[in-house]
Design a protein around this ligand. Structure first.
Ligand code: ADE
Ligand code: ZN
Length: 331
């Protein structure tokens, strides 16, 4: 089986019909529809117009992760499923503030996810997402506090992120927030250059982002391309998501290979595979058929992922070894 690494996927975006049914049953929640209807509710409509509409698909998966057992089991199930797909390392992100509808505190949500992480067979870490929006500043501060409190080098919470509607709430608005994260020593990635352009990426880099979520609109600015190369800031690229949210209109010009050839540390990820109706293997096959991505380039992309991972050097050495074994046909 091929081996993969996924550095950019949202817990609430990985819920398949099977996982939804299992989580509902565990919590005594009724899902009164057949599998076809459930699948339609869980996946993005063909005519999705933009990221704002895409983000409306998360209501149902989130409703199944509002209790300790629901959230813990979600991480375990999602992790086990990813391990079965050949993923040897993943960073699963989620926003604790979106898991408080039934009375969990953000901290209880983090603990539940950590418990699930301890139960899955997948080698993985967690990234806590702050959310773009108005009026949730205190919630984001709490997320940052928890990221600092639970931060480890490996085996738990390893970084912070900013997710949500980039087109509605510009990255610039979060300058102070990330200055605090920097001061606390919490490493972070930021969704930037997805629904907004180069200025969003410029702000994320000014704040000190170690990686960029998507970052695909970096092609608008050569200076920024040089800057990420110089700093070794990896791009977490997610092609199907970018097509569905219309972050990229002309997919035949998708800049994965062109950026790789220019020396940008690009990685290939799923974002929200449940919502998108895909998995990690699909993204590799998609880029092979669309752009002619070859094995050498795939190996370079996986190595970029290892280098960019929020984990220890020891784990990185181990991951490189696992990838090499695969390349030599020993897997
Ligand atoms: N949350 C889930 N998917 C997202 C995306 N593609 N962009 C921003 N926030 C998200
Ligand atoms: Zn994302």
């Amino acid at each position: 089986m091929n081996k993969y690494i996924d550095l950019h996927l949202h817990l609430d975006g990985v819920v398949t019909v099977g996982i939804a049914r299992a989580l509902a049953e565990l919590q005594g929640i009724e899902l009164p529809m057949d599998d076809g209807q459930l699948e339609r509710l869980l996946t993005v409509p063909e005519d999705c117009s933009d990221l704002n509409e895409f983000l409306k698909c998360f209501g149902l998966p989130l409703s199944l992760m509002q209790t300790h057992e629901g959230l813990c089991e979600a991480v375990r199930l999602v992790g086990d499923s990813m391990a079965e797909q050949g993923i040897i390392y993943a960073e699963i992100r989620f926003a604790p503030q979106l898991h408080t509808d039934k009375g969990l505190t953000q901290e209880a949500a983090v603990r539940a996810a950590l418990e699930g992480l301890g139960r899955t067979k997948l080698k993985a870490n967690l990234i806590l997402c702050a959310m773009r929006g108005d009026g949730n500043e205190d919630k984001n501060e709490e997320t940052l506090r928890l990221a600092q409190k639970y931060l480890v080098k490996d085996g738990g919470v390893v970084a912070l992120d900013l997710a949500g509607a980039e087109g509605l709430f510009p990255t610039e608005k979060y300058r102070e927030f990330f200055a605090k994260a920097q001061a606390c020593g919490v490493p972070f990635t930021i969704h930037a250059g997805e629904a907004d352009g180069a200025q969003s990426i410029r702000a994320a880099l000014e704040f000190g982002a170690a990686r960029l979520g998507h970052g695909v609109r970096i092609i608008e600015d050569d200076e920024l391309i040089e800057l990420v190369k110089e700093r070794g800031v990896a791009l977490e690229m997610c092609p199907t998501s970018n097509r569905q949210t219309h972050a990229v209109e002309n997919m035949s010009a998708y800049p994965l290979i062109s950026l790789l050839e220019r020396g940008v540390p690009v990685t290939l990820n799923t974002d929200d595979p449940g919502i998108e109706g895909i998995d990690i293997a699909h993204e590799y096959r998609y880029m092979e058929s669309l752009l002619g991505l070859d094995e050498v380039q795939e190996r370079a992309i996986l190595k970029n992922a290892v280098k960019a991972a929020f984990t220890t050097d020891e784990v990185k050495v181990q991951l490189m070894r696992e990838l090499c074994n695969e390349n030599m046909g020993e897997a």
